[in-house]
Design a protein around this ligand. Structure first.
Ligand code: FES
Length: 135
């Protein structure tokens, strides 16, 4: 069980790994980690998530976020299509953030001034990535 959750978390981009204890479904007060656990245990559709956790069983405002998590964990090939449907600015930002993460992963750490610029420009999305790879 713990391995399934760890494996699933490994498949998520850094931005989706933060605030795991915070409610992803605020209508039904379901924390993100409970949804990830359901996905890790095999839930592959929104209905299965709904059945197991009640998430998205309100007005459905969290449906898209849940579907993103399902895709990252079970259907990574769909993630690219999803990316194509996001706004050009967001897509560019995502690509740059992915490059930053790759750079940090490879221990090619930019200096603090540059990292601060990333945070100023991309906010929490960059901060999460930088915090993950720096101390
Ligand atoms: S936040 Fe989940 S149904 Fe509204």
């Amino acid at each position: 069980m713990i391995n399934k959750i760890t494996d699933s978390l490994d498949k998520l981009p850094a931005i989706h790994k933060k605030d795991l204890e915070r409610n992803l479904c605020t209508c039904n007060e379901v924390p993100k980690i409970d949804i990830i656990k359901a996905i890790a245990n095999g839930a592959k559709t929104l209905d299965e998530i709904k059945e197991q956790t009640y998430a998205s069983d309100g007005i459905g405002c969290c449906s898209r976020k849940i579907e993103q998590l399902i895709n990252y964990i079970h259907f990574p090939d769909r993630v690219d299509n999803e990316t194509l449907n996001t706004s050009p600015n967001k897509r560019v930002a995502n690509e740059r953030l992915q490059r930053l993460e790759k750079q940090l992963k490879g221990n090619n750490r930019p200096n603090q001034h540059v990292l601060n610029q990333w945070i100023r420009r991309y906010g929490d999305d960059a901060k999460v990535i930088i915090d993950k790879y720096t101390e």
